[in-house]
Design a protein around this ligand. Structure first.
Ligand code: HEM
Ligand SMILES: *[C@@H]1O[C@H](CO)[C@@H](O)[C@H](O)[C@H]1NC(C)=O
Length: 467
């Protein structure tokens, strides 16, 4: 009797719990729906406010929205409802503390171009594994050994520009491509550089074209070039496997993993890293030359710092003589890099997508909506950086507050290549400022978006050796 009543009671309580949770589930959406969406306007059906965003300098769109609605607002671009955020707290929420609620998201055609196994598109265990392998190849301990090779690339490029009128951005792309290949393939790079460059060039032309896969279209050629890239990489991989050599580069890291990446996964990630590394670093270098050209006293200070390093160990101009330790003794030059990253903010924002309904500061961010942390607005807010449009490296004499300066992002997807990017920039600036002078050609006040902000026409300059 006792036993039966016990069973009945527990059955009744189970039933009750079941009904109660079902009820909760039933009513929960309505509770959620009571939360307001962030303020803002959604524009026209489907096209939303896409034109407003793209018809002008995008920063005008962001900052006028921010003025009107505050640091979190909703809008609708490229067919997607989205929430844009521009406070350090909100960026921390989306990128760091609640990053599991916001997955990375890209247009499908870009995913096909780079390869769907590439690190950017993933969350969870596959992403964690890839990230470990990428970081292993790009941490200071790993890249300190390649300083002499980076240096010889810098010297080769500078020599080839001597006495010529050059498009700074185009030439910097050659440098950053070569350094990216060096970090991926080590010394093998030289053997395959020209083939890889040719394929990558065709691939990127298709990247911004209409995604129509018919013979003759740029997109079709790009997909073919992608296949060829993968074949070249497969050849390098199989040669390495036969020789049973350990390599200290990114490919070595991918191949050495015990759980193993497939050849396709390796190819997608190698292409992805080139994509992430080349144009970003090249455009920052271009902006640095512009800002140094416009600020003679800053250029003077950088030059003196670099000359002191050259003298310190009796280093002579042409040699590959820098060490990793030297690059850590360049505070002035490093502040110029930081300030350029801030002013130029080449990655104005990044994309995430809410994986479930999320509440933030009393607002609802609905599942499936895009969420865009606006790095540029955070970097250009007078609260974080007084007189924000002014180029003033001395502002970095004090460390910026957390999540007010994120040129490399933050949290689970932050840039694993940031040490390499800074290293290659410092090395190039060392040789540039100690041995060369340059002058900008034409008027240089315009900005073009390609898709990063860039000085007009890629900053044409004439470079000559100091006498
Ligand atoms: C000045 C140059 C660079 C800038 C400003 C930059 C900026 C960034 C930013 C902001 C992110 C995070 C994007 C997000 O959270 O959605 C990122 C991710 C990434 N960057 Fe960089 N980057 C630079 C150079 C490089 C270089 C040289 C490499 C490789 C050698 C690299 C490899 C990557 C990779 C693989 C990711 C994806 C990480 C992940 O999803 O876990 N970047 N970068
Ligand atoms: C990234 O976020 C953490 C946690 O909020 C913070 O301590 C750190 O300073 C942030 N990094 C940057 C570059 O702002």
């Amino acid at each position: 009797m006792e036993f039966f009543s016990f069973c009945f009671l527990s059955f009744a309580s189970l039933l009750f719990i079941f009904l109660f949770t079902s009820l909760l589930k039933f009513f929960a959406p309505t509770i959620r729906q009571k939360l307001p969406l962030p303020p803002g306007t959604m524009g026209w059906p489907y096209i939303g406010e896409t034109f407003q965003l793209y018809s002008q300098n995008p920063n005008v769109f962001f900052s006028s929205k921010r003025k009107r609605f505050g640091s979190i607002f909703k809008t609708h671009i490229l067919g997607c409802p989205c929430v844009m955020i521009s406070s350090p707290e909100a960026a921390k929420f989306v990128l760091v503390t609640k990053s599991h609620l916001f997955k990375p998201t890209f247009p499908a055609s870009k995913e096909r171009m780079l390869g769907k196994e590439a690190i950017f598109f993933h969350q969870g265990s596959y992403h964690t594994k890839l990230r470990k392998l990428v970081l292993r190849a790009f941490l200071p301990e790993a890249i300190r050994n390649i300083v002499p090779d980076v240096e010889s690339h810098a010297n080769d490029c500078l020599k080839s520009w001597e006495g010529r009128l050059i498009n700074t951005f185009q030439e910097m792309k050659t440098y950053t491509f070569n350094v990216a290949l060096l970090s991926i393939l080590g010394k093998d790079e030289i053997l395959y550089r020209e083939d890889l460059k040719r394929c990558y060039y065709i691939l990127e032309q298709g990247y911004n074209s209409m995604p129509i896969n018919l013979p003759g279209t740029l997109f079709h050629k790009a997909m073919k070039a992608r296949k060829e890239l993968a074949q070249i990489l497969a050849k390098i991989i199989s040669t390495r496997r036969q020789m049973k050599l350990d390599h200290n580069d990114l490919l070595g890291s991918f191949m050495g993993d015990k759980e193993g990446l497939t050849d396709d996964q390796i190819a997608d990630n190698v292409i992805g890293v080139i994509f992430a590394a080349r144009d970003t670093t090249a455009s920052i270098l271009t902006w640095i030359l512009k800002f140094l050209g416009e600020n003679p006293s800053v250029l003077q200070a950088v030059t003196e710092e670099q000359e002191a390093i050259m003298r310190s160990e009796e280093k002579c101009g042409d040699d590959q003589s820098l060490t990793w330790a030297d690059t850590k003794k360049m505070p002035m030059t490093s502040r110029v890099i930081q300030e350029t990253l801030r002013v130029a903010s080449i990655l104005s924002f990044t994309f995430r997508e809410a994986v479930e309904d999320v509440e933030y500061e009393g607002y609802l961010i609905p599942k499936g909506w895009k969420v865009l942390p606006l790095f540029r607005n955070i970097h250009h807010s007078p609260e974080n950086f007084p007189d924000p449009e002014k180029f003033d490296p001395s502002r970095f004499e004090a460390a910026p507050k957390p999540n007010t300066f994120m040129p490399f992002g933050n949290g689970t997807h932050s840039c694993p290549g940031n040490e390499l990017a800074k290293l290659e920039i410092l090395v190039l600036l060392h040789h540039l400022t100690t041995k060369y002078r340059w002058s900008m050609v034409g008027t240089n006040n315009g900005i073009q978006y390609a898709p990063f902000p860039l000085p007009q026409n890629g900053l044409p300059i004439i470079l000559s050796r100091k006498s």
